[in-house]
Design a protein around this ligand. Structure first.
Ligand SMILES: C[S@@+](CC[C@H](N)C(=O)[O-])C[C@H]1O[C@@H](n2cnc3c(N)ncnc32)[C@H](O)[C@@H]1O
Length: 238
């Protein structure tokens, strides 16, 4: 049997041990759910909204297109997809995040690695800021490819490290020190310490692109948003 390639590579004390990751991540999002949206707006200086709209735009949705937002959290993507004319369902593991969601879209409690969706049935899938949080990327990418109709689009948004040295240095101070400090004041310090530390789970850019292609998506692209603080990965189903 092929070994499951996990993304669990703890490098700091803030990251859970591999066997604990699912339960710890679920509990963390349940805890921070009531203040999640407010912290997002503050910590991204309001930029997360435009990153999500860019991500939804990359799907190129027609009116009534059927879309799944994997790891929907509190429903931001669901609202943007509906505003773009799509028919969207949100899916997330955290009951706390789903309970805090503000969206008219149907919401399902479930796991992005085992989607309760028929093969080739969707026009688009989105996934925002969750690649660091799953226990294995390849099953998630395979599920995205499986549920898309031929020509359907996947658009995955995640944090990134800016490429330009000067921007990277400023971003590092902000992400590693300011974010946990503000997160600790307004929400849960451990969760906002995990946020920068969990970037250690992300493979390098070229590997991310290669693994999406290996999952069966074509025309895979990666672009940076917000001076490189976020990355948008897109691909098309065959
Ligand atoms: C940082 S939040 C992002 C929420 C939302 N996508 C957004 O853009 O604000 C990460 C979300 O991923 C969810 N999540 C983590 N692992 C998951 C999995 N295996 N399946 C489904 N949801 C998952 C968490 O419960 C949490 O709501």
């Amino acid at each position: 049997m092929a070994r499951l390639r996990t993304v669990t590579r703890p490098r700091t004390p803030a990251l859970p041990e591999p066997g604990e990751k699912v339960a710890k991540v679920d509990a963390m999002f349940d805890t921070i759910a009531p203040r999640y949206d407010r912290l997002n707006r503050i910590l991204t200086l309001g930029l997360d909204g435009s990153w999500r709209r860019t991500t939804v735009g990359a799907l190129g949705l027609g009116r009534g297109a059927r879309v799944l937002d994997i790891a929907c959290g509190t429903g931001d993507f669901c609202r943007d997809i509906a505003a773009a004319g799509g028919w969207v369902v949100g899916l997330d593991r955290s009951s706390g995040m789903l309970a805090a969601a503000a969206t008219d879209a149907p919401l399902v409690r479930g796991d992005g690695l085992f989607l309760p969706v028929r093969d080739a049935s969707l026009d688009g899938v989105t996934c925002g800021f969750a690649l660091r949080n799953v226990i294995a990327l390849d099953p998630l990418f395979a599920e995205c490819a499986r549920v898309l109709k031929p020509g359907g689009r996947a658009a995955l948004l995640e944090v990134a490290e800016p490429e330009r040295a000067i921007v990277r240095a400023g971003h590092r101070v902000y992400f590693r020190h300011v974010v946990p400090f503000i997160g600790g004041l307004l929400s849960d310090r451990a969760a906002y310490r995990y946020l920068p530390d969990s970037t250690a789970y992300l493979p390098p850019p070229a590997e991310l692109v290669a693994r999406l292609a290996a999952a069966g998506l074509v025309d895979v692209t990666r672009r940076l948003l917000g001076l490189g603080a976020a990355q948008l990965l897109c691909g098309t189903a065959r």
